[in-house]
Design a protein around this ligand. Structure first.
Ligand SMILES: NC(=O)c1ccc[n+]([C@@H]2O[C@H](COP(=O)([O-])OP(=O)(O)OC[C@H]3O[C@@H](n4cnc5c(N)ncnc54)[C@H](O)[C@@H]3O)[C@@H](O)[C@H]2O)c1
Ligand SMILES: [Zn+2]
Ligand SMILES: [Zn+2]
Length: 384
């Protein structure tokens, strides 16, 4: 069948809308009509070449490049049809996507860590996980898909493991943002840093992921949530969704944190800027106190191998540096959990959606993000 989709043809090429061909689902695969797709920063990393599987890995899957690739990995939709042996989904089911698939039976899934599922090794590979062939084509050429998804498309064919079934009443717009950005930020604070009531949390970078982190801190009972972002719009939205203070840089925020903690400094520092560089860790360490948990959520260029850290202080202050993927929680648990907090009114999502686009607006949306105009942009693909 035909589907309009946003494709990137090479490093730093703009997103272009093409009419592509999508095959029917093979065994273990599901066809989804997309309704909403959020505009996470990770697709911009993909476009600029900062997210890439090593060449040897790509070649093992029979490709030399990530491109051409269908973009998007944050979204929601409705199941249209299922291939053979699909047991958990049926036509008409509402779904959110999972950028790390969850098979349910590997060592990590079986021990409650679906975000570490062994099928995650295919996330940056080109072909389908089921049989290593392609379902998406443009004029005879095979198309890869961001995170085995490619949500900037009217239709998806994905592995069953890449979908989270949500309730028939679920709000698909909220589910789209929960499927990556909100869950990742929320989990960074709640599930990874294990923030407890009364702690002081600093969130560095207040876009879609940072907005989830700020709300995780508020809901976990942090006594102060310090938002850091150079863009005024982001700071004002941060205050609207739960930050207690907002500063344009860590250098400015450090005095406030010293004051509100009587010099003890922050318990949790979450790094969610659009692009991580080495100096963020050094500054995060300085604003963190004894026993601080510093969480690295942002994506750095894939070959970034060094960080700034005072190792003497790191040991003597008993600090911890923690990486996180998807906020260190299982998608099939976290997505329904956060949807229920949204339904209850505790989790603010509509407030952070600053602009809606159609598929033709994907490139414009990423330019708007670059210019500081969006907390989260969202693409409306079809009626829910
Ligand atoms: N670990 C994961 O599983 C995971 C999942 C999703 C996204 N990510 C990554 O998380 C990061 C954030 O994603 P996003 O979609 O929220 O991006 P975003 O672009 O929406 O937000 C990033 C924010 O950082 C701010 N910023 C830029 N420079 C800054 C600085 N020096 N100090 C403080 N703030 C600064 C920007 O103004 C912006 O508001 C990206 O790197 C993304 O790729 C990681
Ligand atoms: Zn994302
Ligand atoms: Zn698994």
């Amino acid at each position: 069948m035909k589907s309009r989709a946003a494709i990137c043809f090479g490093v730093n090429e703009p997103w272009k809308i093409e009419e592509i061909d999508i095959d029917e689902p093979h065994a273990g695969e599901v066809k989804v009509r997309m309704v909403w797709s959020g505009m996470c920063h990770s697709d911009e990393h993909l476009r600029t070449g900062e997210i890439s599987a090593p060449l040897e890995t790509l070649q093992a899957f029979g490709v030399d490049s990530m491109y051409p690739i269908v973009g998007g990995h944050e979204g929601s939709g409705i199941v249209e049809s299922v291939g053979d042996n699909v047991s958990t989904l049926a036509p008409g089911d509402k779904v959110a996507v999972a950028f790390i698939p969850a098979c349910g039976t590997c060592f990590y899934c079986a021990s409650g860590r679906q975000h570490l599922c062994d099928m995650g090794m295919f996330t940056l590979a080109g072909p389908m996980m089921s049989d290593f062939t392609w379902r998406h084509h443009l004029g005879g050429e095979n198309l890869n898909r961001m995170a085995q998804l490619g949500t900037f498309s009217e239709t998806l064919v994905v592995n069953e493991a890449s979908l989270v079934k949500i309730s028939p009443e679920a709000n698909l717009k909220a589910a789209a943002l929960i499927s990556c950005g909100i869950s990742t930020g929320f989990g960074s604070v709640v599930d990874r840093a294990k923030t407890v009531p009364g702690e002081v949390v600093v969130v560095v970078g207040c876009g879609g992921v940072g907005s989830g982190a700020i709300q995780g801190a508020r809901i976990a009972g942090a006594r102060a949530v310090i938002a850091v972002d150079p863009v005024e719009l982001k700071r004002s939205k941060a205050l609207e969704v739960g930050a207690t203070h907002a500063y344009s840089s860590l250098d400015e925020a450090v005095f406030e944190v010293a004051q509100i903690t009587q010099g003890r400094m922050a318990d949790v520092v979450v790094l969610t800027p659009g692009r991580l560089t080495a100096e963020f860790t050094g500054k995060a360490q300085q604003i963190g106190g004894k026993d601080a948990r510093i969480v690295i959520t942002s994506i750095a260029p894939f070959d970034q191998g060094t960080i700034d850290l005072n190792l003497f202080n790191f040991a003597m202050f008993n600090q911890a540096l923690l990486g996180t993927v998807f906020g260190s929680a299982s998608p099939r648990n976290q997505v329904p959990r956060l949807l229920s907090l949204f339904e209850k009114g505790d989790l603010k999502i509509d407030e952070i959606i600053t602009r809606e686009y159609d598929l033709d607006g994907v490139q414009q949306g990423y330019e708007d993000l670059e210019h500081g105009l969006n907390v989260r942009g969202i693409v409306k693909i079809s009626d829910g």
